[in-house]
Design a protein around this ligand. Structure first.
Ligand SMILES: Nc1ncnc2c1ncn2[C@@H]1O[C@H](COP(=O)(O)OP(=O)(O)OP(=O)(O)O)[C@@H](O)[C@H]1O
Ligand SMILES: [Mg+2]
Length: 182
């Protein structure tokens, strides 16, 4: 079984691209958001930000069980916390979807989020937070895919090529800091 984690800042297109990719691969898809909600993997409540805090240890355990129980040839796990899965032995490929902050801003503004929540996510994207965290745990299994100038179909095609071992996009080639602050 090939286990794939697709992660990235909210709005980078994980859910959209993963849904197309699994159809091409005839594989299964698990959304971290569904795991968290269905299994109630919360650890309390952030009083300042007003949302529930995910229990990352419980999420890691649940992702491990999901991978171990799977009979699929490929299983994609997508969500902005997917890369936090600790048991790297069970992981084959990690793909961090990236998008320039100007593009991400337009997508996140459509969600009706507060300015501070949008800004927080744009900063996380400009500072490569997901990539940094993913590499810390999963090393050279990590790919970074810039989706800024390609449509969702192209993103899904590249995801499939990465999973099939035809392409590899090592992290560290993107710099979105100037886009946000320059
Ligand atoms: N490559 C792309 N080009 C243009 N629009 C895109 C692209 N990828 C995603 N979008 C659009 O951006 C929005 C966010 O996409 P999506 O919901 O897949 O993001 P996500 O990474 O799953 O976000 P979240 O982490 O919040 O679940 C959607 O409206 C989607 O249609
Ligand atoms: Mg999503």
């Amino acid at each position: 079984m090939t286990a794939v984690l697709i992660t990235g800042t909210p709005g980078t297109g994980k859910t959209t691209a993963s849904k197309i990719a699994v159809k091409k691969l005839k594989s299964s898809l698990v959304a971290v958001n569904d795991l968290v909600n269905d299994e109630n993997l919360y650890n309390g409540h952030d009083p300042e930000k007003g949302y529930k805090v995910v229990d990352l240890d419980a999420l890691s355990r649940m992702i491990g069980i999901t991978l171990e129980d799977s009979n699929d040839d490929h299983l994609i796990i997508e969500g902005h916390l997917a890369h936090t899965f600790k048991n790297d032995d069970l992981v084959d490929i990690v793909i961090v979807l990236r998008a320039r902050p100007d593009i991400l801003r337009k997508r996140l503004n459509k969600r009706g989020w507060s300015d501070s929540k949008v800004q927080e996510n744009l900063e996380a994207e400009a500072l490569d937070i997901c990539t940094f965290e993913a590499v810390e745990i999963h090393g050279d299994k990590v790919n970074e895919l810039d989706t800024s100038d390609i449509d969702v179909k192209e993103v899904a095609d590249l995801v499939v090529e990465i999973i099939n071992g035809k392409k590899h996009f090592p992290p560290g080639n993107l710099n979105f800091l100037e886009d946000l602050y320059g």
